[in-house]
Design a protein around this ligand. Structure first.
Ligand code: ADP
Ligand code: MG
Length: 367
């Protein structure tokens, strides 16, 4: 007998890419795919972790010995959460946790945040810590940044912790204010397809670092704290002040991308969901040509989907592989999917994995 069962979802970012480390705007929604944790509290100083989706048996760790820079591997994510809880002064003294997940790992759909958030929510409930959703997201981000050592922003954890069914989550990554934006494609005769290219190009981490540094240099050259501080109306003036073509392209992406998030919100709140299609496609062009984080597989998904009549398409996540999102009318979804698969077959590439995404609930207790 366990003490309870909790679930936390993966997420897909609808729009607002590479804006999070520029204090900008993002708009993810939660997927129906979840990581489920079956948890028993224990107070003997031991953390026992097992995942049906990882190789090997249960791993036992002493909570008092948890330190960043540990052994590595999947247990760093939940162990990092326990470490971050204890660091924050919460007397968490152990647990037995069994995980089962339907979130694809490494597909840019945030299985890592699902794993962290489900752990934090379960421990908050079992130890009666009363953590609110924003605190859970921040704590999980700290676990991933400091304990796992992955320099991610706050979006993934916030999406997993704070999303609600039928909505995308607008998040201002500077002040962490959030707003639920109605997002229910089916109600508008639409479908949002996620297409996982099943490739990850090896240079992605180094390139991510370079984009971050480049954005910081752009902000410094323009005398602002972060590129978020450049208003869309002031973009041309800002670009005219930059001599370096590379910096100009990075700045233009971030400023126009923040504006695209605002445009998408406007359409969704006006009940004109289909009008976000061109906004998504413009976002892809900007990520491909200005920010240069796309790859042949993501471009092929987007180009073949649009050629087959999709309303909009773009890469989602960090880039250099991972997934794309494609908005279609419900009536043309099958045709678009087929066209994409045919385009990949014609180039003898691995077939993408395609599924329909609905905006599902954030983390919750199941029993
Ligand atoms: P993403 O978050 O986009 O899926 P990451 O590289 O950030 O990709 O996180 C993937 C890693 O998270 C996996 O390699 C694994 O270590 C860990 N992970 C995620 N979900 C699980 C799970 N259910 N069981 C074990 N490990 C998991
Ligand atoms: Mg991740």
């Amino acid at each position: 007998m366990s003490d309870g069962v909790w679930a936390a979802p993966g997420r897909v970012n609808l729009i607002g890419e590479h804006t999070d480390y520029n204090d900008g705007f993002v708009m993810p929604f939660a997927l129906p795919h979840t990581t489920v944790a079956t948890v028993t509290r224990r107070d003997d100083g031991w953390l026992r972790l097992h995942s049906a989706d990882a190789e090997g048996g249960p791993v036992e760790l002493r909570v008092g010995d948890l330190r960043p820079g540990g052994p590595g591997g999947w247990t760093d994510y939940p162990a990092g959460v326990v470490w971050a809880l204890r660091e924050a002064g919460h007397a968490v003294d152990g647990a037995d946790i069994h995980y089962e997940s339907t979130v694809p790992t490494g597909a840019g759909l945030s299985s890592s945040a699902a794993l962290e958030v489900v752990t934090a929510l379960a421990l908050s409930d079992l130890y009666e810590l009363g953590l609110d959703r924003g605190s859970i997201a921040r704590l999980c981000r700290r676990a991933e940044n400091v304990y796992v050592g992955a320099p991610t922003g706050i979006m993934d954890q916030t999406a997993s912790a704070c999303c609600t069914e039928g909505h995308a989550l607008y998040l201002d990554t500077r002040d962490l204010t959030r707003r639920q934006i109605p997002f229910d494609p089916a109600a508008h005769g639409l479908r949002l397809l996620v297409m996982d290219t099943r490739v990850t190009h090896a240079h992605s981490e180094g390139e991510y670092g370079k984009r971050r540094t480049g954005c910081e240099a752009g902000a410094a050259a323009l005398g602002v704290n972060a590129l978020r501080d450049i208003a869309y109306d002031a973009l041309d003036t800002a670009l005219a002040r930059l001599d370096d073509g590379e910096l100009r392209r990075l700045v233009r992406h971030v400023v126009t991308e923040n504006h695209r998030v605002e445009r998408a919100i406007m359409h969704l709140e006006a009940d004109e969901a289909e009008l976000i299609g061109p906004v998504l496609s413009e976002g892809h062009v900007s990520l491909r040509d200005d920010f240069r984080v796309s790859c042949p597989e993501l471009d092929l998904v987007v180009d073949s989907a649009l050629a087959a009549g999709a309303l909009g398409a773009r890469m989602t996540g960090g880039g250099f592989g991972g997934s794309a999102v494609v908005l279609t009318r419900t009536s043309s979804a099958d045709r678009v999917s087929k066209a994409v698969l045919e385009a990949f077959a014609a180039q003898s590439r691995i077939a993408p994995r395609i599924f329909t995404a609905t905006a599902a609930a954030g983390a919750r207790r199941l029993s």
